[in-house]
Structures are given as C-alpha cells and as structure tokens.
Design a protein. Sequence first.
Length: 161
Amino acid sequence: MTIAIGDKLPAATFKEKTSDGPVEISTEQLFKGKRVVLFAVPGAFTPTCTLNHLPGYLENRDTILSKGVDDIAVVAVNDWHVMGAWAQSSGGMGKIHFLADWDAGFTKALGLDADLSAGGLGVRSKRYSMLVEDGVVKSLNVEESPGQATVSGAATMLEQL
C-alpha cells in the first residue's frame, strides 16, 4: 500500500555524509516536532535528478524555509558515499539533507519503490515530494514518469506551502 496524506511515516534510519563523516539519522530525528519538505529521486547523478529536480530545491531553499519549513531533505536508493558526492558536486552539502536509503527499506515501506531494471538501475524510488509535519504526510506529489520532475518539483511545493 502506498503512503497517503494523513499517514505517519514509517520508522527508518538513513545514512548521511557530513563534514565529520557518515552519520545515521532516523525518521524520528528528522521529522519529530518539525515541518519538513522531503523529496525523492530515482538516483543521484541521473540526468533529470541532477539537472532539474535537485536544482529547484537548492535555488528555492531560502524561500521554502521562509514559509515555516524547518528542513529540506532529498532521499535516494543510493549509498552514503554516492549521496555525499552528489551533495558536494551540486553545492548542496550543508544546505539540505542528502539521505541514503541504501537498501530501499524506507522507499519500500512507503510503497513508492519502482523496478527500473530495464534502464539498468534496479529497485529505486519513484520521484515524489511531500510536506511532512511532525512525521505525518500533509501533501504528497508523485510523478507518473521517472523522467519528469514537475509535479514533485520545488515550484509545486512552494504553491502548497
């Protein structure tokens, strides 16, 4: 079953690269008592993710935060080394959380996993964005096609804040 508006996020632990090395961050740490924008991409460094989806959130970071959002995070089914390299190369390190859902545990628990084996990617996340308040989904925007980043883009999220 796919997560829906009004549902509580499942418990999970991500890995994130920081300037001090890798750290684990739980859904409770990230979402408890906070208003967070979370978006997911099929893969770090993939064309739509790198050229379209991520830049919108980085460019609009301050505006999103000014709307009462405490944090912004991106999640992908990649390891923390890849997510850390993507954070550094994109200029996003320290600006938003780059969360590695290395085994797709969180993604599968949400029901937002996609088998992209035909494209050589294996099990990945569907592309989506959501507004989460104290661990509860308040808005959810899932793309029909992994090559599109409109419904889940920063412009749509800004309209929902």
